[in-house]
Design a protein around this ligand. Structure first.
Ligand code: ASP
Ligand code: MG
Length: 411
């Protein structure tokens, strides 16, 4: 007997049939004697439909009213799921975020959870009820409805699991786990049995869009065991957990992440004097453009070259800003390229192994792929390459690090 918090995403509750299937699944867990708290998303496409309705009235509606609107999607699902459970003779109660009292700050459309009042939920569990909570929403101290940012139901699930000290937070979605890389790119991609929070954060922020990043941070902070699994088929999924210093030999690399939506900009011939980096990047960040990798070359002839990457959508805006900055700084030239991609190898095993980066560079060299930029962290090595070589690079790296041989024996 365990207490599970389960989260079902939009496709898992995308139709009445799917909601009935979730109820069947919950019934099986109940029959095994488990206590259940369930967080659900809106039916797939619903949140987008609501966003569309709002923008057909106003270009920039008030964020407070956006939250009132967007929170309705999940309210539909909790009621329908409870009806499906009651039809099966299972006691169930639905709650919106503000009813449970998921207290958040007041940043509408990207609120953060501050506290959850678990008393009511615990009383319902003790009374034998399945508690179904609307994901993605809460209320601030004044009672205004807030939402947690797109994909925020994952964070609701994790926060509930942390507050209730659940045995596991299980995120049911349309994929059966976290893979060594995107199976659409590498046929031999393998489901990972386990991955650490840190690795998952790198994989998620690098473009493996399975979980809202904030939910992984939250789970890591409160040490909530988090499992990603499919609501469409049975299987153990992938457990996201803390790093164990067990004696079992772990793979050096857990996965390969990539991101196509990148662009790079270079200012050539910038005077090599203090304050230049801040003069270049200041206007970029004031324009709300996020900068990812940054490289500054060693100076020759008192000038240097300064390169950074941005999201491809921000490319033209960043270039325009940079031309102005370059002329103010009397730099030589601005050049850019929006046909680039970033590929990263991720793994906590890197901490204890030498030569990982070299192995990556060897693999790219053997495919004749030119590396344009490199950046590293303790558990990651990223390179920027021409977008057209992305698939080739990922496939080569996947076999160089023997990821097709990852052991995925199920429990
Ligand atoms: N329904 C919200 C969205 O589509 C929240 C979620 O599904 O996690 O972003
Ligand atoms: Mg999601």
């Amino acid at each position: 007997m365990a207490l599970f918090v389960q989260k079902y995403g939009g496709t898992s509750v995308g139709s009445v049939e799917r909601i009935e299937a979730v109820a069947d699944k919950l019934q099986r867990f109940r029959e095994q004697g488990h206590d259940l708290v369930v967080a659900v998303s809106a039916m797939s496409g619903e949140t987008n439909r609501l966003v569309g309705l709002a923008s057909s009235i106003q270009d920039a509606p008030s964020l407070r009213e956006m939250d009132v609107l967007l929170s309705t999607g999940e309210q539909v699902t909790i009621a329908l799921l409870c009806m499906a459970l009651e039809k099966r003779g299972i006691a169930a109660r639905s709650y919106t975020g503000s009813q449970v009292r998921i207290l958040t700050d007041s940043s509408h459309t990207k609120a953060r959870i501050q506290d959850i009042d678990v008393e009511r939920i615990q009383a319902d569990i003790a009374a034998g009820c399945v508690v179904v909570v609307a994901g993605f929403q809460g209320a601030d101290a004044q009672g205004n409805i807030t939402t947690l940012g797109r994909g925020g139901s994952d964070t609701t699930g994790v926060a509930l699991a942390a507050a209730l000290k659940a045995d596991e937070c299980q995120i049911y979605t349309d994929v059966d786990g976290v893979y060594t890389t995107d199976p659409r790119v590498v046929e031999g991609a393998q489901r990972l049995e386990k991955i650490t929070f840190e690795e998952m954060l790198e994989m998620a922020s690098l473009g493996s869009k399975i979980l809202q990043i904030r939910s992984v941070e939250f789970a890591g902070k409160y040490k909530v065991p988090l499992r990603v699994l499919s609501s469409f088929e049975d299987g153990p999924g992938t457990l996201i957990t803390i790093e164990e210093d067990d004696t079992v030999e772990k793979p050096v690399i857990s996965g390969i992440a990539f991101n196509r939506d990148e662009a790079k900009l270079t200012v050539l011939g910038v005077p090599d004097i203090p304050g230049v980096a801040s003069k270049i990047l200041g206007p970029i960040s004031r324009a709300n453009i996020e900068v990812d990798m940054i490289v500054q070359n060693i100076a020759a002839d008192q000038t240097t070259d300064f390169t950074f990457t941005v999201h491809r959508n921000d490319y033209s805006k960043a270039e325009e800003i940079l031309r102005q900055v370059a002329s103010d700084l009397s730099a030589r030239e601005v050049v850019g390229n929006n046909k680039i991609a970033k590929v990263s190898i991720v793994g906590v095993g890197m901490r204890s192994h030498a030569g990982v980066a070299t192995k990556m560079f060897d693999s790219l060299a053997s495919e004749n792929i030119n590396i344009q930029m490199i950046s590293t962290s303790e558990i990651k090595v990223s390179v920027v390459i021409a977008e057209k070589y992305l698939e080739l690079a990922v496939r080569g790296l996947h076999s160089a690090f023997e990821l097709d041989k990852v052991d995925t024996v199920s429990e």
